[in-house]
Write a protein that binds this ligand. Structure first.
Ligand SMILES: [Zn+2]
Length: 191
């Protein structure tokens, strides 16, 4: 699947929507990504995860780590491709991430971090801090979709299967509000 095929599958699945949306941050945006429209489809999700895994084929990945919630499924599928373990990072106190359930990382382990959509990168930066606290070796970061338009930068090899630039505005500055375009509920308009 090339970038256009990935984007088409996201649009066809109503995962990638165009309209006028209120984000959890309170900002308004013209693009909305509903990750579970992909993650709920096991065959499609597996296909997309295989594409992601292939981007890191030469990295000798030994462990795949994702943040809750979507990252659990993605890490699992990508780890299956590499025939390695997958674990996931849960929310800790004060914007940190922690491993529960007996998860840990041996020092030096070659870790691939995965998630579905990159917006500000906050959850990925939290996972990076957590993985580094185990003195592991981060060999890459993979995302389905970079909706920052390439603005978020990491100190590790980063690959997104597709990139879009989503606008986000404070409600008072939102041009869609100024045009009296009603805030649409997700799923109501196709990209
Ligand atoms: Zn608006």
């Amino acid at each position: 699947m090339n970038q256009q095929e990935i984007l088409n599958s996201f649009k066809d699945s109503n995962a990638l929507l165009n309209g006028h949306f209120k984000l959890t941050s309170g900002k308004h945006s013209d693009i909305y990504y509903e990750k579970f429209m992909i993650l709920k489809q096991p065959r499609l999700c597996e296909k997309v995860c295989v594409e992601m895994a292939r981007q890191f084929e030469d990295q000798n990945v030994e462990l795949v780590v994702g943040p809750t919630t979507g990252g659990i499924i993605i890490a699992y599928e990508v780890a299956k491709y590499f025939d390695v373990d997958s674990i996931y990072a849960e929310a800790g106190d004060g914007g940190s991430r922690i491993f529960k359930r007996g998860f840990f990382i041996e020092p030096g382990t070659r870790v691939l971090i995965v998630d579905d959509v990159l917006t500000t990168g906050r959850s990925i930066f939290e996972v990076i801090d957590l993985v580094n606290s185990y003195k592991a070796n981060i060999v890459g970061i993979g995302e389905f979709l970079d909706r920052s338009g390439g603005k978020v930068k990491f100190d590790y090899p980063f690959k997104a299967l597709a990139t879009v630039e989503a606008n986000a505005w404070e409600p008072n500055d939102c041009p869609l509000c100024q045009k009296d375009i009603p805030i649409t509920q997700r799923g109501s308009r196709k990209f």
